[in-house]
Write a protein that binds this ligand. Structure first.
Ligand code: BGC
Length: 781
C-alpha cells in the first residue's frame, strides 16, 4: 500500500523461521534437520511491509492513550467483543440482548447489521448511551459483492485478471460502506485442494502463487489507499490457517499437515495479504498440530506478529473460542478465553467468552492486563483510522447509500467480471458461439431460469428474488425476435430427485424440435459454501440422467455448468459438443452467459482448480510430488507404480486450462541466460500468436520444477502469468523475470530459501508436463 514504510522486522523475522520458534503450547515440534544440508546460502529473510500504526501517527497514539486511561476493565473487554445483530447469522445466536449490551458498553463491534438507518440507530446506542461514547465497528461478510453481486470468488479467480478482481472488491467496498459497514470478512485466502470441501467456492483455488496475487488484489480493492475514505472498508484475511486442508473435505474437520506444507502451501496467501496491508485477520475453526487455531500462539503470535510483523487486529471465527471445549483443548470457557487471549486473539466473535469470563481471569491472575490493553489498542486504532472518532455516523449516510447501490457502472462491472470468469472447457466443431442459423434453441435444466441460484452462496445482502438476470432472460434479450428459445426445466438438482424422470419427456420433446440444445445444470447455490461438503462430485439429482436423454436425441448439446466446485463431468466431456463453466456468475450472470454463448465476448477464463475425473482422485492439485514410482504412459501395464487400477491419474481438466473461440500458438521458450546467479535474475520469454480469426485473450503461464532438493519438490509450480489480448494474426513476446528468491521453499532444516541446482521451466497455456518441452537453467551459489 502507498505510504507504507518498508521495514525488515527484527529478531526472529530476520532469521530463518526455525531459528526463533519457541517451544510451547501450539508450537509444532522441530523437525530433525536433514543430513547437514548447507542452508545459510540462499536464505531469504522474511520481510514485512506493515507499518507500526502507532509509530506513524503520534496524534492517534496520544488520543488512544488518553482514551484507554479512562477505560475500566469491563469497558476494555467490551471492545474485544463482537456480536451479531438478529438480522441473520451463520451459527447459533448466543445472545439476544445485543442492543442492551451496546448500551452497557459490553460490546464494541456488531456484525450482520447494515443499511444507513440501522447502523445509525445502533451507533446512537453506543455513542449516546455509553460513558466514553466509543463508536461501534460494523462488520459483515461481503464476499463477492454487497448488493451488486459478482461471480463467486472461485469464479473471479478463473479470470486471472487482477484488475477485474480489484475492481470487484472496490465496488463491494463502495456499496457496503454506503450502508454503514466498516469491515468485510473477506478475502478468504484459504488454499483449497479438495473439491469435496464446500468452501472451495469462497477462495481463489488450489494454487499458492495465483492465490497470493488474488489475495493482494482483493485487499487493495477493499482498503484502497486510504482507510479513512468513506468508500473503503477494512479487509480480513481468513481463515488463519490451513482451514482448506480439512480431512476428507469435510467442513470443520481435523487438519493434520506437516509444518512444511503449512508454510509452503497454506501460509503464503496470508503473508501476501499482510504485505498488502490487510487490517485484520480471522482465525479458523480447525486445529493445527493438535491446537485449535484460536488457541494457537504459534500461528497468531510467533508467525503472524513476530515473523510477519502484522499490526492489525485478530478476530476469531464464529464462537471458535467456545469450540475449544468440544475440540478437547479447554476444560471450560474461562480457560478457553485465557488460551485465546494468550495465543494472540484480539476480538471474540459471537462467543461472549471474553465478555463473560476475562475479568475473572484477570482477578485470578490467569490472564494478562497487558494482553488486554494491547488488543484494545489494536481495535481502537482501526476505529480511529476509519475516522469514527471524528464522526461515528460518517458511513451511515442515506444520501450516499441511495446514490451508490446498484449504480449502472457497478452492474456493468459485474457483467464484465462474470464474462471474464467463464471457462470454455470443450468446444467440438466450433459448436459455440451459437450461429445465427440456430433459430430454435431448447434451453433445458433447473439452473436455466433460477434467480436464486445465479448469485451463489455468501452473497451477502444480494437479492435472490428479483434482481438477478437468469440465463433464460439473458438469452431471450440477446437473441431477439427471430429466435425461439424454448425453456423446459426438465430435471432437478435436489438429491432426492435422483431416479425420477419427471419432466424428461417435455425436455426431450423440446430438444427434438431444436437446432441446438443448451442444458444448464450443476449444483444448487447452497451446495457449496460453508457446511456444504459432498462425497460425490457428480451433477446432483436427476440431471445426469436427463443429460443422457438429451444427447440421445442426436442434437448438438451445449452444457453450461453453474457450480461452486469442480464437478466430475467426464461423461459430459465425452458426449456433449461444448461445455462452458459459468460458476455462479452473479446479478448480471444471465447477460454474461448470453454474451459468451452468442459470441459477443470471447471466453478467456482458465481453471484455478483441477477438475477430477472422479471424486476418488481427491484431494487433487497439479503441483503434486513425483513419488519414487511415478506412473508412465510408456508402460501402462506396469502394476507397481503410483496409480489406480480403475482410473487414470490424470484429471479431467488441468489447473490453468481453458479454451477460447480463437487459437493461440506458443513459440519455444528462450532464456536470457542459462545460469541464474545468487544475486542475479534471468528472463524467460515466449512468443504467443493468435492463429485464429478473432481477437482473444490468453493467460500465459510460467511453471518451474526444481529437479533435486534437500527435500522433494513438486513436479511443477506456477511462478508467473500474464493475460494478453491479441488480434487475429498478432504475436506478442511475453517475458517473465525470475530471481532466486522466487524459487525459495522450506528446506530440510526448515529454513526458508532457495538451493542451487537445475530447474526446468515452461511457458504454456496450462499446467501439465507435456504442455510443451521445458528449458533448463542452473541456479548457482
Ligand atoms: C464463517 C466465516 C464468517 C463468519 C461470520 C463463520 O461461520 O466461517 O467465514 O466470516 O461466520 O459470518
Amino acid at each position: 500500500m502507498r505510504g507504507y514504510v518498508l521495514k525488515l522486522s527484527l529478531g526472529c523475522a530476520a532469521l530463518a523461521l526455525s531459528a526463533c520458534a519457541t517451544v510451547e503450547a501450539g508450537a509444532p515440534p522441530r523437525e530433525i534437520a536433514a543430513q547437514s544440508q548447507p542452508t545459510a546460502v540462499g536464505t531469504v529473510p522474511v520481510e514485512t511491509a506493515q507499518p507500526d500504526w502507532a509509530a506513524t501517527d503520534p496524534e492517534m497514539n496520544a488520543f488512544i492513550d488518553d482514551l484507554m486511561g479512562q477505560m475500566t476493565l469491563q469497558e476494555k473487554i467490551g471492545q474485544l467483543t463482537l456480536l451479531t445483530s438478529d438480522w441473520e447469522s451463520t451459527g447459533p445466536t448466543m445472545r439476544d440482548t445485543y442492543q442492551a449490551d451496546i448500551r452497557a458498553g459490553r460490546v464494541g463491534s456488531i456484525f450482520n447489521a447494515y443499511t444507513a438507518d440501522y447502523t445509525r440507530q445502533l451507533q446512537e446506542l453506543a455513542v449516546e448511551g455509553t460513558r466514553l461514547k466509543i463508536p461501534l465497528l460494523f462488520g459483515y461478510d461481503v464476499i463477492h459483492g454487497h448488493r451488486t453481486i459478482f461471480p463467486i470468488s472461485l469464479g473471479e479467480a478463473a479470470s486471472w485478471d487482477m484488475d477485474a478482481i480489484e475492481r470487484s472488491a472496490r465496488v463491494s467496498a463502495a456499496e457496503a460502506s454506503s450502508e454503514g459497514i466498516h469491515w468485510t470478512f473477506s478475502p478468504m485466502v484459504d488454499i483449497a485442494r479438495d473439491a469435496r470441501w464446500g468452501r472451495i467456492s469462497e477462495g481463489a483455488g488450489e494454487d499458492v502463487y495465483l492465490g497470493s496475487q488474488v489475495a493482494r488484489a482483493r485487499v487493495r480493492g477493499y482498503q484502497g489507499d486510504d482507510l479513512g475514505a468513506v468508500d473503503t472498508v477494512l479487509a480480513t484475511a481468513k481463515h488463519f490457517a490451513a482451514y482448506g486442508a480439512a480431512q476428507a473435505g469435510r467442513d470443520y474437520h481435523t487438519v493434520d499437515i506437516s509444518e512444511r506444507t503449512l508454510r509452503d502451501v497454506y501460509l503464503p496467501p496470508f503473508k501476501a495479504a499482510v504485505d498488502e496491508g490487510v487490517a485484520t485477520f480471522m482465525t479458523s475453526f480447525n486445529e493445527y498440530n493438535g491446537v485449535p487455531a484460536s488457541g494457537s500462539r504459534y500461528l497468531l503470535t510467533d508467525v503472524l506478529r513476530d515473523q510477519w510483523g502484522f499490526d492489525g487486529f485478530v478476530v476469531t471465527d464464529y464462537t471458535s473460542i467456545n469450540e475449544m471445549i468440544p475440540h478437547g483443548y479447554s476444560r471450560d470457557l474461562q480457560q478457553a478465553g485465557e488460551q485465546a487471549l494468550n495465543a494472540g486473539v484480539d476480538m471474540d466473535m459471537q462467543g461472549a467468552v471474553f465478555m463473560e469470563h476475562l475479568k475473572q481471569s484477570i482477578d485470578a491472575g490467569t490472564a494478562s492486563q497487558a494482553d488486554i490493553d494491547q488488543a484494545v489498542r489494536r481495535i481502537l486504532e482501526m476505529k480511529y483510522r476509519l475516522g469514527l472518532f471524528e464522526d461515528p455516523y460518517r458511513y451511515s449516510d442515506n444520501a450516499r447509500q441511495d446514490a451508490t447501490l446498484y449504480k449502472p457502472e457497478f452492474l456493468e462491472a459485474a457483467r464484465d467480471v462474470a464474462r471474464k470468469s467463464m471457462v470454455l472447457l470443450k468446444n467440438e466443431g466450433n459448436t459455440l458461439p451459437l450461429v445465427a442459423g440456430a433459430k430454435n434453441i431448447a434451453l433445458i435444466g433447473p439452473l436455466a431460469d433460477s434467480k436464486a441460484d445465479m448469485i451463489g452462496s455468501w452473497a451477502a445482502a444480494g437479492d435472490r428474488q428479483t434482481r438477478p438476470v437468469t440465463i433464460l432472460e439473458g438469452m431471450r434479450q440477446r437473441a431477439g425476435e427471430g429466435t425461439r428459445i424454448n425453456y423446459v426445466k426438465g430435471a432437478s438438482y435436489e438429491f432426492a430427485s435422483s431416479g425420477s424422470t419427471d419432466g424428461f419427456a417435455e425436455a426431450v420433446a423440446a430438444a427434438e424440435q431444436a437446432d441446438v440444445v443448451v442444458a444448464v445444470m450443476g449444483e444448487k447455490w447452497d451446495m457449496t459454501g460453508e457446511a456444504a461438503s459432498r462425497t460425490a462430485l457428480d451433477l446432483p439429482g436427476n440431471q445426469q440422467a436427463l443429460l443422457e436423454r438429451l444427447v440421445a436425441t442426436g442434437k448438438p448439446v451445449v452444457l453450461v455448468v453453474l457450480s461452486g466446485r469442480p464437478n466430475s463431468i467426464g461423461w459430459a466431456d465425452d458426449n456433449v459438443e461444448a461445455i462452458l463453466h459459468a460458476w455462479y456468475p452473479g446479478t448480471m450472470g444471465g447477460h454474461a452467459v448470453a454474451d459468451v454463448l452468442f459470441g459477443d465476448y470471447n471466453p478467456s477464463g482458465k481453471l484455478p482448480v483441477t477438475f477430477p475425473l472422479t471424486v476418488g482422485q481427491e484431494p487433487l492439485h497439479y503441483d503434486m510430488k513425483n513419488t519414487g514410482r511415478p506412473y508412465s504412459a510408456d508402460n501402462p501395464q506396469q502394476k507397481y507404480l503410483s496409480r489406480y487400477l480403475n482410473t487414470p491419474n490424470d484429471p479431467l481438466y488441468r489447473f490453468g486450462y481453458g479454451l477460447s473461440y480463437t487459437n493461440f500458438s506458443y513459440s519455444p521458450v528462450t532464456l536470457s541466460n542459462p545460469t541464474l546467479s545468487a544475486n542475479g535474475s534471468l528472463t524467460a520469454s515466449a512468443t504467443i500468436t493468435n492463429t485464429g480469426d478473432r481477437a482473444g485473450a490468453e493467460v500465459v503461464q510460467m511453471y518451474v520444477r526444481d529437479l533435486v532438493g534437500s527435500v522433494t519438490r513438486p513436479v511443477q509450480e506456477l511462478k508467473g502469468f500474464e493475460k494478453v489480448i491479441l488480434q487475429p494474426g498478432e504475436s506478442r513476446t511475453v517475458s517473465f523475470r525470475i530471481e532466486p528468491k522466487d524459487l525459495a521453499f522450506t528446506r530440510a532444516d526448515m529454513s526458508h530459501g532457495w538451493e542451487p541446482g537445475e530447474f526446468n521451466l515452461w511457458i504454456a497455456p496450462s499446467s501439465g508436463l507435456e504442455a510443451s518441452a521445458p528449458v533448463t537453467f542452473n541456479l548457482t551459489e
